[in-house]
Design a protein around this ligand. Structure first.
Ligand code: SF4
Length: 258
């Protein structure tokens, strides 16, 4: 069974494999997934509304005032969390007022919970929008998805909306500093563990030069049933090969590592 969509703006805290207790911020509608990708492994199932910009869906999005009020309430509550993370039912950076909202969250965090870190889980497709690139530096833990080395595998795994190309995404990632990259490594059809594909992917990582790279595989039901989990020993072998080739801090995460 797929995960249920997040019905509201704030959800969790969820016990994240990487962030510990993380409170989620969902800027998308509560009733459907709205994303610029339609990843074959998405734990929310297939994308219902697939678009490169969210303006046509503006009426279904929570207003900035509502988002700020929900975040303020969470910050003032007794709920314990160490991260507050933009994620939710789709791609957060495509929310029309994303840059201003990041400023709001920084302000609220500094006032109410200065120890809390701000996270972002993004597929990178909003980086060309006005103000988005600039605001990334204000986020403590900006994590960007890269699941492919080539356009062909990018299209097969991430199934982007029309107008989103692999080269554009890669160019944006090359130009960012101090980011983290997360990559879903998967076997089957489509898969990204082919030697040649990994080689090109590692070359992109060298150019991006992220602080860390997190590899993980599927650990929940996925929409495309021809996908296969990459077992922990194989994932670790890929991580080690990547470390040798790139010199980067590449870490493999498995479901049981929590
Ligand atoms: S980018 Fe994230 S939310 Fe969008 S389809 Fe892929 S996994 Fe799902």
């Amino acid at each position: 069974m797929m995960l249920s969509l997040q019905p509201g703006i704030i959800y969790g805290p969820v016990n994240s494999r990487r962030l510990g207790k993380s409170l989620g911020i969902n800027l998308m509608p509560g009733k459907y997934k709205l994303c610029s990708f339609n990843c074959v492994y998405c734990h929310y199932g297939w994308t219902k509304k697939h678009a490169a910009t969210f303006e046509p869906f503006a009426d279904d999005l929570p207003t900035r005032d509502k988002v700020v009020a929900a975040i303020k309430e969470a910050m003032q509550s007794s709920t314990e969390f160490s991260y507050i993370t933009f994620s939710g039912n789709g791609e957060p950076t495509l929310y029309p007022e994303f840059p201003r909202l990041v400023d709001d969250v920084v302000r609220l965090r500094d006032k109410y919970r200065p120890a809390v870190k701000i996270g972002l889980l993004s597929n990178s497709s909003g980086l060309t929008l006005p103000g988005v690139r600039e605001v990334i530096t204000k986020i403590d833990y900006p994590m960007f998805k890269l699941d492919a080395g080539t356009e062909q595998i990018f299209k097969a795994i991430n199934r982007p909306a029309e107008g989103i190309g692999f080269e554009g995404i890669i160019k944006q990632l090359y130009a960012l500093d101090n980011i983290l990259v997360q990559s879903l490594i998967v076997d089957g059809s489509p898969g990204n563990i082919d030697d040649d594909e990994l080689e090109v992917y590692f070359n992109h990582l060298i150019e991006i030069n992220p602080l860390e790279v997190h590899l993980y595989s599927i650990d929940r039901p996925v929409p495309k049933t021809e996908l296969r989990l990459v077992p922990p020993d194989k994932l670790e072998t890929i991580a080690e090969r990547g470390r040798q080739k790139t010199g980067l801090n590449i870490r493999a995460f498995y479901p049981h590592t929590g």
